[in-house]
Design a protein around this ligand. Sequence first.
Ligand code: AP5
Ligand code: ZN
Length: 215
Amino acid sequence: MKLILLGPPGAGKGTQAQRLIDRHGIPQLSTGDMLRAAVAAETEVGVKAKAIMDAGNLVPDEVVNAIVAERLAADDCSSGFILDGYPRTLKQADSLEALLDVRGQHLDHVIELKVDDDVLVKRVSGRFSCAKCGTVYHDEDRRPKNEGVCDNCGSTEFKRRPDDNAETMRSRLRAYYKETSPLVGYYHCKGTLRSIDGMAPIDEVTESIEQILRG
Ligand code: AP5
Ligand code: ZN
């Protein structure tokens, strides 16, 4: 299964991707996570990407395309993958298509999570995640079952993203509507797009995705 989760910042792409990994045994390819790892490791890409990400802008296409090309070549992607946060521009979508063509692969589904802007801002400003396994939580809606202990791995360390603040979120939303939302029409024309209500409770969104995957 080869799948793209498309949607604005805070739409729930990462939350749903985590669930799909467990259920379908395929990897999540999050360009945001890959770039944050590069920033933490202070690689050449990371050093360049940090200021761009902190400002809520998009990292240049050629940088992101190269990261994805390298990751897609790994063995664990041969039978399927979930792309989370990629592609984000029409150039990235073209690059992905060329990459998959060479590998004789095609996308099965592009699933758009639709969420209103005011809800997105609220979600992102309350978000935190486990520092060890990355499980995502929210101050109001989704706290660990045992306060201060990760449900998934038992770690007691949590972190917040530097770009999860109201000002940076405004830039991220601007970038989404300008650069990424044209992909909705792009994939609609290709017949692969399915749009779902991303404002429903997390379990219901998962069920809507599973229904699409069942065909
Ligand atoms: P990235 O890491 O991709 O961030 P994003 O797209 O802004 O998306 P988020 O991770 O913020 O949200 P999400 O949709 O995964 O939501 P989540 O599940 O966490 O990108 C970061 C930066 O990296 C970009 O700004 C850019 O600079 C750069 N970058 C990355 N990819 C790039 C690319 N391809 N090209 C160029 N630059 C790139 O959920 C959010 C919160 O809501 C959580 O607290 C969660 O618990 C809660 N929640 C989720 N679903 C629900 C629900 N149904 N109901 C209630 N609460 C919910
Ligand atoms: Zn954890």
